[in-house]
Design a protein around this ligand. Sequence first.
Ligand code: PGA
Length: 242
Amino acid sequence: MKVMIYKTAEEIAEAVGRIIIKRVADEPTSAIGFATGASPVPTYEYIVNEFNKGNISFKDMKTFNLDEYCDLPVEDINSYHYFMNENLFGKIDVNPENINFLDGNAEDYDKESQRYAEAIKNAGGIKVQILGIGTNGHIGFNEPADEFTDEAFKVKLTQSTRDSNAKYFGGEEKMPKYAMTMGIGSIMRAKEIVLIATGEAKAKAIAAAVNGEVTPQCPASVLQNHPNATLFIDEAAASLLK
Ligand code: PGA
């Protein structure tokens, strides 16, 4: 696992944005794994800017998002479908047919997990997976647990995650209790992983992920075992690193 420390979120956005753009330029049909949350937003702005300058086309790119809430219509302004459309997909030339999400409202979550795994496989596997990290060390919605998960599954969100995200819903009581997320195995099968974290609130999780033991109690620590995972973090997020 590599750690790159930057002064500003803009520098991180450029560094990660360039990785995605180069990947798609080299192989236009690449499958890219996208993440939601505040952390990747500047990266998406960078990518949109480069697209607007005519420097890259995403028309053949395939996309797979990490997670989606359960029991929330995809049209809801807090759905990750909505988020991705607002921040990236609606602003570039990605073909809507190439956009893949887990269905948080699936009737059969096991079947949905199998469907997603197949779709990723048929797309040639994820070439670059973008991640954020929760203050509890989660990646996707893989919350601290007793075991590492494999393929996508339905998860009960922890209090820490609910505390972090309730602000978007205008109160915790309005926030979904469950989500469907890619599992640790599905994330680890990506060829390259880029994790973005900024701010002091992430410092503890980053230190545990980098300096701690590899344990499902800090899901991001599993990235120590990935052959090509890089953390793109600012000085505040790096402040507790040994
Ligand atoms: P954030 O979320 O980017 O909004 O901080 C990251 C995460 O919880 O995985």
